[in-house]
Design a protein around this ligand. Structure first.
Ligand SMILES: [Zn+2]
Ligand SMILES: [Zn+2]
Length: 247
C-alpha cells in the first residue's frame, strides 16, 4: 500500500503546499482523505480501473474546495464520497451553479454516503467518531490489508482521538499550531500534543500534516515542529506535498 500526500496545508494553499488531501493506494481501491486543493493531482497517481472512495473529515473549505475541479476527471467507476451527517446537503449546495458545475453535469456518476459515529464494513472496515472542532468533524480508523490507519484532522485533544489512534500502525494527525501554542476557541493540535497522543496510544508511526498556512509559511518552519514531536515520539514524520510512503 502506498500513501501519497497531495495537500498538506490547513486553511489555504501556498506556493509550497496545497490544502488537505491524501491518497492511499491499495490493491483494490483508491482511498482519498479529504478534498482540499491538492485533489487536482489525483489523476496523476490513481489506477483508473479501481474505485475511488473519498472520505471527508468535515465541510470546511480547506477540505472540500478541491471538488471545484471534479469535472476534469474521467473516473471509470462511480465516485463514492463518505462524510458525516449533513454531507449530502452541504455538497449539494456547494457543487452547484453559480459556484461550479453541478453534480448532474459531471462526466461520471457520484454517490454520497453519510456515516454516523460507529463501526462500518462498507466499502471497507472502518470506525468513525466525532472530534472536537468548530463544526462537526469526524476522525477515521481504517483497517486495510491487516494495517490500522487512523486519520484525525481539525481537532483539539479529546477522548475520541485516543479511541481512534489506539495501537494504530499509522496515525496521520493534524499539526496546525506551532510548538507550545495553546488551544483557543477554534480547536487544533500542536506537534507536541499530537506526539503525546501517539505515544500514549501506542501507535507505530506518526505523520504530521495539515500545517496552518499562516503559521508554517516556509518549509523550514516545520523543522522545529519535527524536532519537538520527535523528542516525545521518535518515529514522527513531517508530511510535505508529494511525499510518498510505503507501508
Ligand atoms: Zn482544516
Ligand atoms: Zn476545520
Amino acid at each position: 500500500m502506498k500513501i501519497i500526500f497531495l495537500g498538506t496545508n490547513g486553511w489555504y494553499s501556498t506556493r509550497h503546499a496545497n490544502t488537505s488531501c491524501i491518497l492511499i493506494k491499495t490493491d483494490n481501491f483508491n482511498l482519498v482523505l479529504d478534498a482540499g486543493d491538492g485533489l487536482y493531482k489525483l489523476d496523476k497517481y490513481i489506477d483508473d480501473d479501481k474505485p475511488v472512495y473519498i472520505f471527508l473529515s468535515h465541510l470546511h473549505l480547506d477540505h472540500v474546495i478541491g471538488f471545484h475541479i471534479l469535472n476534469k476527471f474521467r473516473f471509470k467507476k462511480p465516485l463514492e464520497i463518505f462524510g458525516y451527517i449533513g454531507t449530502r446537503q452541504g455538497l449539494n449546495t456547494l457543487l452547484q451553479h453559480p459556484f461550479t458545475a453541478s453534480i448532474e453535469e459531471l462526466p461520471f456518476s457520484l454517490k454520497i454516503h453519510e456515516v454516523n459515529e460507529g463501526s462500518h464494513d462498507i466499502p471497507l472496515p472502518f470506525m468513525s467518531l466525532l472530534l472536537k472542532h468548530a463544526d462537526p468533524c469526524i476522525g477515521y480508523r481504517f483497517s486495510i490489508d491487516d494495517k490500522i490507519i487512523t486519520y484525525c484532522t481539525d481537532t483539539g485533544e479529546c477522548e475520541n482521538l485516543y479511541l481512534l489512534a489506539s495501537n494504530a500502525d499509522l496515525f496521520i494527525s493534524e499539526s496546525s499550531y506551532k510548538p507550545e501554542q495553546v488551544e483557543w476557541e477554534w480547536p487544533h493540535l500542536n506537534p507536541e500534543t499530537a506526539a503525546m497522543i501517539a505515544k500514549r496510544s501506542n501507535v507505530k508511526q506518526l505523520i504530521l500534516t495539515h500545517f496552518d498556512a499562516e503559521l508554517y509559511n516556509t518549509p523550514e518552519s516545520k523543522v522545529e515542529a519535527e524536532n519537538r514531536a520527535r523528542r516525545l515520539f521518535p518515529t514522527t514524520i513531517i508530511a510535505h506535498d508529494d511525499l510518498e510512503l510505503k507501508i
